[in-house]
Design a protein around this ligand. Sequence first.
Ligand SMILES: O=P(O)(O)OC[C@H]1O[C@H](OP(=O)(O)OP(=O)(O)O)[C@H](O)[C@@H]1O
Ligand SMILES: O=c1[nH]c(=O)c2nc[nH]c2[nH]1
Ligand SMILES: [Mg+2]
Length: 162
Amino acid sequence: MSTERYHNQFTISWDRLHRDVRMLCHQLIGRDFKGIVAVTRGGLIPAALIARELDIRLIDTVCIKSYEHMEQSSINVLKGIDHDGDGWLLVDDLVDTGKTAGAVREMLPRAHFVTIYAKPEGRPMVDQYLTEVAQDTWIQFPWDMGISFVEPLVDQLRTRKE
Ligand SMILES: O=P(O)(O)OC[C@H]1O[C@H](OP(=O)(O)OP(=O)(O)O)[C@H](O)[C@@H]1O
Ligand SMILES: O=c1[nH]c(=O)c2nc[nH]c2[nH]1
Ligand SMILES: [Mg+2]
């Protein structure tokens, strides 16, 4: 872990993400949305999965950057949107400090805002989320990971002793 804020890691596999998104979709079924606005980049994959489950074809984006790995800087809006979100589903992967969500909420005050994961500081910013994660935990998403070889334990210990 490379910053002071995060002491634990919560690793999400593709399977887990897919299952969690589908569980959130169960809570959204029956609502009639005009379309989805995904918060790039993290919101794009949940948005695609939600669109498939709820049969939504109209998908727009707001493009925001604030983190460089685990370090947050000021919110940089690269692309906004020309409506207030009325009738739209707004999707991001997670809410952490809530700063990104705050900026997005200002742009789309009437949208129904969902995230898959929410940490306590940012939680009040969203209308709905699936799973709460502790504030000091970094959520490691599958698109930021790769499958790699792991040395057998005995070899790891031998290397450490040498
Ligand atoms: O609640 P906050 O503390 O503002 O953090 C949450 C935001 O941080 C991440 O995005 P990031 O800026 O890393 O960009 P990305 O979606 O392109 O990975 C994540 O996807 C959320 O959008
Ligand atoms: O991949 C991520 N995991 C997190 O826990 C997080 N918090 C803010 N931005 C984040 N990105
Ligand atoms: Mg993001």
